[in-house]
Design a protein around this ligand. Sequence first.
Ligand SMILES: *Cc1c(COP(=O)(O)O)cnc(C)c1O
Length: 388
Amino acid sequence: MNALVRGAVGAPFAIRDVAMDYIAANRFDRPTLVIDTARIAAQYDALSEGLAGAHIHYAVKANPEARILQMLVERGSGFDAASRAEIEMCLAAGARPAKISFGNTVKKPADIAFAWNAGITLFAADAEEELEKIAAHAPGARVYLRIIVENSQADWPLTRKFGCAPSALPPLLDRAVALGLKPVGLSFHVGSQTREARFWAPVLDQVAGAWHQALADGHALTLLNIGGGFPAFYDQPVEAPRAYAAGVMAEVHARFGDIEVMAEPGRGLVAEAGHIAAEVLLVSRKSGSDLHRWVYLDIGKFSGLAETMDEAIRYRIDTPHDGGETGPCILAGPSCDSADVLYEKRPLQLPLALQAGDRVVIRNCGAYTTTYASVGFNGFPPLDVVVL
Ligand SMILES: *Cc1c(COP(=O)(O)O)cnc(C)c1O
């Protein structure tokens, strides 16, 4: 299998899938993510063409493999880091501090001081106490304020935990100034896996309202951080990256004019470049009349597939019996925690011939898998990684 047909709007295109080739040619004794750096490079180029003029800050948490970070440094990417450890990974990969933003709105004071001393000057905040911490440990730093946006149409919304209400923004901007910080702009996150560019419009309307209010209040904002949300192909069609990014930028410019834009793609850059080689451990029915088969894999929620939580992200699974007759399956991981069920509310259709020992491939999981794996729950090893 060396063709990946992407469910793009318009004509699907097929390109050689080096990670699939590698999986087909090798044996793995434990679940392994195989990820193709060249594929990420191509995705970066497509996104940066579409995002013309915007600064890309890769959201490191999506996949912090050193080789990926190094390749992105070579291409001129910036980085959105959420902790001291992520900052250190970016610096070790050769990123200049000026290209790194500290984008977590909830930071340890010691991490702020570390970042500032390392030369990082751009920080996120969404609350007064956070501004005070930044002013104390990174005096005079540039800050952008994150606001809450509503009506996310994302498959993996990130809307509730971070950001301030637009009504809380004016006092926070004033507070930042009073603390000696430089409030340079706003940020938001449209929600991860926002499948269509047009879904951004209602969210950008809300941000534009807050932005223009801040300008009217006398804050000379210049930077809009549009966050992530760029989609990957799982089980539903998504637009191709260049067209999607260009569509988002058109919506941005229509509302904000000619401003400095920063984007933080994570999933959209790395997800499609990686696949997990896994194995079926057991296929069973709970009774003779059970309509569903239970399929247990050697990987589950605690060993890399955390994004199956609430069945939000629906991975595609290739089996050796594809093309044969299928039936509904409940898919579960190997651990002794009954929460370790991947898909049950919406069962997966898998071949009837599937059996223990079959090798399967979980497609397009280069994002949010390796670092979500626990260190050894039930003695199952963390997800292994091969970077091509
Ligand atoms: C996780 C995260 C991102 C990346 O989001 P994707 O949907 O994976 O692109 C970007 N910005 C911030 C602040 C994040 O926390």
